[in-house]
Design a protein around this ligand. Sequence first.
Ligand code: BES
Ligand code: MN
Ligand code: ZN
Length: 509
Amino acid sequence: MRISFANISTSRRGALVVTATADRELSRTGLAVDKSMGGAIGRAMGSGRFSGKKGQVLEFPAPAGLKCNRVLVVGIGEAADVAALAMEAAGGAVVGRLATSGETDAAVAVDAIKGSKMSVAEAAARLAYGARLGGYRFDRYRTRIEDDKKPSLGSVVVMSRDAAGARKAYASLDSVASGVRMTRDLVSEPANVKYAETIAEDARELQSLGVKVEVLGERRMRQMGMGALLGVNQGSEREAKLLVMQWNGAPRQAGRHPVAFVGKGVTFDTGGISIKPSGGMEDMKWDMAGAGAVIGAMRALAARKARANVVGVCGLVENMPSGTAQRPGDVVKSMSGRTIEVINTDAEGRLVLADALWYTQKRFKPRAMVDLATLTGAIVVSLGHVHAGLFSDNDDLANALIAAGKAEGETVWRLPLDDQYDKDIDSDIADVKNVGSGRAAGSITAAQFLKRFANDVPWAHLDIAGMAWSGKAKPTVPKGATGFGVRLLDRLVADNYEVPVTGDTKPSA
Ligand code: BES
Ligand code: MN
Ligand code: ZN
């Protein structure tokens, strides 16, 4: 689907789309279109249930008095509240309605919104962004699609009276959208196709954007003492990889210490010897969504040339049961030197992250370190599919993540850390055990485990187990892999770690 920008015209072919705010207020172009149609929109709005609520769509086929095939009115909500996310939802809703409608072309008019603080350029760019995100499909493995289910929409023209400004504002959003799409692809792919080696290969493509990519194999990891990560992969036929990506976008004088993102990349989680029940196990192909988000975020940052130094580290492994798999009760030695008693081989994500976090802080001395992981089923019980769990011992970092999440519609909810939870993972025979003694506070004891390997750098953990995959379509997030985390991390960098283009080059946080 091609997205472009143009000036407003109502003599378009295909679908002509206008906006309305809540309480049935048509935009300026909407009023003009309504006039050409002899007031049909006004009559339909007066008698029906369309009120201009965010994401609502009203459709008029073959309107008399106009050249187009159909007119759509899309709701953007209360005028005073219309902000970025409402425009994105409108773009997504339009694409959702037209994607397989048979229509090949859509032209959306974005007018100035009275009472909104957003410029038309920004509003138009955000609508385009929503269209791009909402238009995502994963069709790679369909060899036949019925004609009436084939995607038809090939072009979306976003019209405004500041097309140049909109195009400019859209450029960096398009970069972030590319990152989101890469993550969605990686997470959607089955585990027989995307495993450590092939994911690392995909990540190497970021080199063309200027990202430095290193892929460490098992030999290197063994030399560094990563017994926790390697123990998880021990039952697999495939080789584990540690993927290290560096984007150095900050001006030289700005200080080198990067912000670091660390991803759990379990390409398939059977549970290992503590094997999972078969029902729903196929979902565990997305147990690498944390790594997927880190890769997508690196792509987004590099593509939009973010003025910040960022590293992404992903532990890529496969948790399989076999004659070589690690057993419950095994003790492994982590890179930190600390020993871990593996009580449950299904609590493998934290073992992978123990070494990935330790490596990251030791090598890069990051200003802040954020890990993303589909870590616990318990977080889905706590927060469902609305917020990711946030754990941090640093209030500034936690608050920055909460703010970034709100701004991007990828919200996080902070849960506590506490020495009393920490005690629960003391082992009788090793330094730490990989599960708490009961099922109580399962997401928190998992976070306490990670904290022991963050070694006092400002650190936050996002448990995204409930957010990586969605069973329900939203305007900008189709069913399936959500790409959760890419927008959040990109915004975290933009608002806290990026060096402003003009003026002082001191890091802001
Ligand atoms: N990958 C799972 C967590 C998960 C479960 C993600 C369901 C998404 C949906 C993780 O490796 C796991 O198995 N966690 C265990 C931990 C337990 C053994 C302490 C869990 O949550 O049951
Ligand atoms: Mn597991
Ligand atoms: Zn897992």
